[in-house]
Design a protein. Structure first.
Length: 383
């Protein structure tokens, strides 16, 4: 209780008229992150949950840790493979190299994103919203490891301001904030987000890792397929995640651990998650049977960001469908659309990013149609 008493003691300094009033939003954000607020709504609310938004976001961050940790290891692994030094590299050495390569991006993501959130909250005289706790870790996980920090700053500022804050903040945004940042990078700096030269860290860091020759390239499996080249990775490599790709999207096993945490805690909808895989499977089978794609349906599911998007992006409770029937439609649409984009448009070999953004756009319409259908059925029964 000593920390609780100390926070209560210094609170008057942050209230109106206090000498630290300019940082009231920062203090409230820190206080409510450490302790569940004991205030309740005076009107307009009839149901209270036992868990608040900050705890939900914290659980999501925990569920992302397996993908984050494996992504760090894979950064070092791919660097060693590219240098032809895998036999000399150690597991800890590769992990530490990946940690040093990824840490600046995580710091920039949180410093820039939370800085904007704090400034915006203070300007509007509101509490700091907690949504960026998840977006801040998602963004570094869905971009190539070679993404320059200065470009990342622009993408985060765009996503937080124009995708979230102008719509009213957490819970009001139409599009997923992390995917908006990736889309900004993809369309504004395509050479930094596509191609064969961006997926492997090429410089040594603090004596760790290896410096690769200028002009070194290594394509992702989806990039090889788009170019009509045979994939040189096994399905086992794809499931384990020992392939080039965005930092947190390669390991199906690490993502599955996160999925179990989200489903066990009832944070994510199993209906949305499952329907994404059903949609991807159906379209994968259809395209393979017609000869439109050379790879099997299950390879589509374990390649690129499909699993990561299905587990952590499509299930975003703010931007996804909220009706129970709508979740099935929404998830199926995303899974099917991702494979359609991959197969029919080689310019977008990934597909999942655009599929989820399209799904975000149509989620309100899907829910509207479901609600109206239920209203019509009840009206007919009333007659």
């Amino acid at each position: 209780m000593s920390l609780r008493n100390y926070l209560d003691k210094i609170r008057p300094n942050f209230e109106e008229g206090g000498k630290l009033h300019a940082f009231k939003s920062v203090f409230d954000g820190f206080d409510t992150f450490l302790y569940v607020p004991n205030e309740t709504s005076k009107s307009g609310v009839s149901i209270h949950d036992a868990i608040d938004s900050k705890r939900i976001m914290s659980i999501v961050v925990i569920s992302l840790l397996p993908a984050l940790l494996f992504g760090m290891y894979n950064i070092g692994y791919q660097n060693a493979v590219a240098a032809g030094k895998l036999a000399d590299a150690t597991c800890w050495g590769m992990f530490l190299y990946g940690l040093l390569a990824l840490l600046p991006k995580i710091l920039v993501s949180y410093i820039v994103g939370l800085g904007i959130e704090f400034a915006w909250a203070q300007w509007k005289g509101e509490e700091i919203q907690e949504g960026y706790l998840v977006s801040g870790i998602l963004i570094p996980l869905i971009i190539p490891v070679t993404t320059p920090l200065w470009i990342l700053v622009f993408a985060i500022a765009f996503a937080v301001i124009f995708t979230k804050e102008i719509f009213g903040g957490t819970g009001m945004n139409i599009f997923n904030v992390a995917l908006a940042a990736r889309a900004f990078l993809f369309f504004s700096y395509p050479s930094r987000m596509t191609g064969d030269s961006i997926w492997v860290a090429s410089d040594s860091i603090c004596g760790l890792g290896y410096t690769l020759p200028d002009g070194f390239t290594m394509a992702t499996p989806l990039g090889q397929i788009a170019q009509g080249v045979n994939v040189n990775h096994s399905v086992c490599d794809m499931v384990l995640g020992l392939i080039p790709g965005s930092v947190g999207e390669t390991s199906v096993i690490a993502i599955a651990i996160g999925a179990v945490i989200l489903l066990w805690t009832n944070i994510a909808s199993w209906k949305t998650m499952l329907s994404v895989f059903i949609g991807g499977t159906v379209m994968g089978l259809l395209f393979h049977s017609t000869g439109a794609t050379p790879i099997q349906w299950y390879e589509h599911l374990v390649l690129g960001g499909f699993c990561f998007g299905a587990v952590f992006m499509a299930t975003d409770p703010v931007t996804s469908s909220r009706t129970e029937t709508g979740k099935w439609v929404y998830g199926f649409f995303i899974g099917a659309m991702a494979i359609i984009i991959r197969v029919l448009n080689p310019g977008y070999p990934e597909g999942m990013m655009l599929a989820i953004l399209f799904g975000n756009m149509f989620a309100p319409l899907i829910d509207y149609c479901v609600v109206q259908s239920n209203i019509s059925k009840r009206a007919k029964r009333a007659k």
